[in-house]
Design a protein around this ligand. Sequence first.
Ligand SMILES: C[C@H](NC(=O)[C@@H](N)CCCCN)C(=O)O
Length: 457
Amino acid sequence: MTETIKRKLSDSSAARWTAMLIVSFTMMCGYFITDVMSPLGDMLTRSVVDGGMGWTPTEYGWFSGAYSWLNIFLLMLLFGGIILDKMGVRFTGVMACGLMVGGALLKAYAVSPLFPEGGMLFGFKTQMWMAGLGFAIFGMGAEICGITVSKVIVKWFTGHELALALGLQVAMARLGTAAALFFSPRIAAAWGGISYPVFFGALALCIGLLAYLVYCVMDRRLDKSIAAAQGEEEEGFKLSDIKFVVTNKGFWLIALLCLMFYAGVFPFLKFAAQLMIYKYGVDPVMAGDIPAILPFGTILLTPLFGSLYDRIGKGATLMVVGAMMLVAVHVLFALPILNEWWFALIVMVLLGIAFSLVPSAMWPSVPKIIPQKQLGTAYALIFYVQNIGLMCVPMLIGWVIDRYAKFTLPDGNVSYDFTAPMWIFALFGIVAVALAFMLKAEDRRKGYGLEEANIRK
Ligand SMILES: C[C@H](NC(=O)[C@@H](N)CCCCN)C(=O)O
């Protein structure tokens, strides 16, 4: 009797790369909105007479951390992970996109002239609270979308070019960040308002939502082909899965490394434009251009390192090297040397390399530690831990700037000295290095295979 070997849709390379491109496009639009305000920090914190919005650095720090409010306090990321493992990627992805669009629109409204200015609540401007609420709703959608997209890629690429695909997805997301850093101040200056780049991003996100709906059709077909090839459905999520994940030491080392490493990158990006203006003398309209090098560099390097990991392994080593480079970068930014734009550019390129090494190895390492059935929960828990840093670090840095970095020049203008904030960022890097070494040792003990190639020969 001849047995027919049924192929899954994911065995077709055209189908899996198309799926990857579609979901990555949606994520890219999300990343645009995440950083759309980062190069506008100076505009927000300038006084109203100088054409700014008069926010304090502390308010700007709170607003930047608002991305994680609901994820942390309402445990939305954890619920998102459970919803993902229970309801699947189609329902969860569409829900997440809807939240992103709604949140982005609320944020744009809050910083537009339509919002009544002047109110105060708990010592902060109501405008900041409203923009923060929009950003918090958006952040909930963005993080749930992030874990969904990771799961989609693992679903299509396991046994194939997993790290390369995850690397390319991250690269496209970084393109969204780079576009935000580069275009946002230009759109705001050309159209005469901070809300315009945010409205533009919300529109792009609507297209991202439509793209995800197209992906849903592909996903349904993939599920049918999996059922035909395997003859049975995968077992669903159980609450005991959370216990399985949180009792795994390797999982905690990755989660804490993620917290510390990303605390030194994403929150830094929120203040990088101001660092360029006040330490390196860059013109405010071009202040986002040097930080934009960071995501641009990662666009090429993340897939490159991902493919290296796929073919020759060394995932834990890549994370150790990346974390060490993060420390070097922040120390160079902190030291009172070479306050020239070209030096800032070189250091930013180094940060781009570090920011490619760690993510390209970290995200494909999670499925080596946690089985696919619990992957949604595992990614959600890692993002949850990471969000603690994404919320607290901008608040801390904003407060440190207000308290220790702000000074008045002889001509009466306000200026900032970024030495203290940069040493704080370097400290996060040092802890990340220690964690990366511990993960490497744990891998040797438990045999997760982090140093092994991903592609099965
Ligand atoms: C893939 C990974 N994503 C995340 O870390 C998200 N939790 C945070 C997204 C914040 C966007 N500025 C990454 O981007 O490396």
